[in-house]
Design a protein around this ligand. Structure first.
Ligand SMILES: [Mg+2]
Length: 282
């Protein structure tokens, strides 16, 4: 049975701008074996083209079609539920472009939504404006709730920190679109064009990648090359199907998928047997 992979990037493929050993070989193998894959990122700052270029500069040869960001998930969801709406954005290019491509206008007063992503343009004035808009009726949307992000020099505050600030001030709760939200996890599977039973999530973070996969019924692979250590696993009520030191262990995917990963269960699919379903619902 064909398997498709949803793959986190930071901590799985690279750490800040340094490639993780074996990641380039892993992606070359997926392409050679024609295994469908999609990179999933909770970073809304970059467009899919920016992400493609970043990966290419590290020696990972991928196309824009291989990238799916939380900014894309956010913009598509908003466009579906309120077409041609307006947004006040705390974020950068990747988020602005995704909203524009999905028919949204970016405004500086009276928006339908206040949409929060990461970036380096946040000011107290912008936060105050966002507070007034939310109290005035704009809905608060989080592209992701990651509290922080490791950088070369330390830690930078994440989108989740900005969202927490706005939630505290306004007393309103944000709707989160990024991993582990089913909004992004499901949209990514649809983009991959694979059923649930044939989808596998590969990531380094329990609270986003693994929880997101577990909630959707995807099989999950935890890589220990990023934020999670083996001894951390005890504190979670859920766990991955397989743990690997890094994606270098997945470079023989046929052997890995057949020997180490549990088989996908067709009953996990929304409609496992369409003919039987039609008969039962005729
Ligand atoms: Mg990660």
């Amino acid at each position: 049975m064909q398997t498709g992979l949803l793959i986190d990037m930071d901590g799985v493929i690279y750490r800040s701008s340094e490639l993780i050993a074996g990641a380039d070989e892993f992606i070359r193998t997926l392409k050679r074996e024609r295994i469908p894959f999609l990179f999933l990122t909770n970073n809304s700052q970059r467009t899919r083209r920016d992400v493609t270029t970043k990966l290419q500069r590290m020696g990972i040869d991928v196309e824009e079609e291989n990238i799916f960001t939380c900014a894309m998930a956010t913009a598509r969801f908003l466009a579906k539920h309120k077409p041609n709406g307006t947004a006040f954005v705390l974020g950068e290019g990747g988020l602005l472009q995704a909203l524009h491509l999905n028919g949204y206008s970016v405004v500086d007063h009276d928006p339908d939504f206040v949409v929060v992503g990461e970036g380096r343009t946040l000011t107290l004035e912008n936060l105050e404006n966002a507070v007034d808009m939310i109290l005035g009726g704009a809905k608060l949307i989080a592209t992701n709730m990651d509290p922080n992000c490791p950088t070369k020099s330390g830690t930078r505050p994440g989108s989740g920190a900005t969202v927490a600030y706005l939630e505290t001030v306004t007393g309103r709760k944000a709707l989160n679109m990024g991993k582990p939200s089913p909004i992004m996890m499901r949209a990514a599977r649809k983009e991959l064009q694979m059923p649930t039973s044939q989808t596998v999530m590969v990531g380094d973070t329990m609270e986003t990648d693994i929880l997101g996969g577990v909630q959707m019924g995807y099989r999950t692979i935890l890589t220990l090359s990023g934020s999670t250590k083996r001894e951390d696993l005890d504190q979670f009520a859920y766990g991955p199907d397989v743990i690997v030191d890094s994606v270098a262990e997945l470079c023989d995917p046929k052997v890995f998928f057949e020997n180490r990963l549990p088989r996908g269960i067709i009953e996990d699919d929304t409609v496992a047997n369409l003919a039987a379903w039609k008969l039962a619902n005729a």
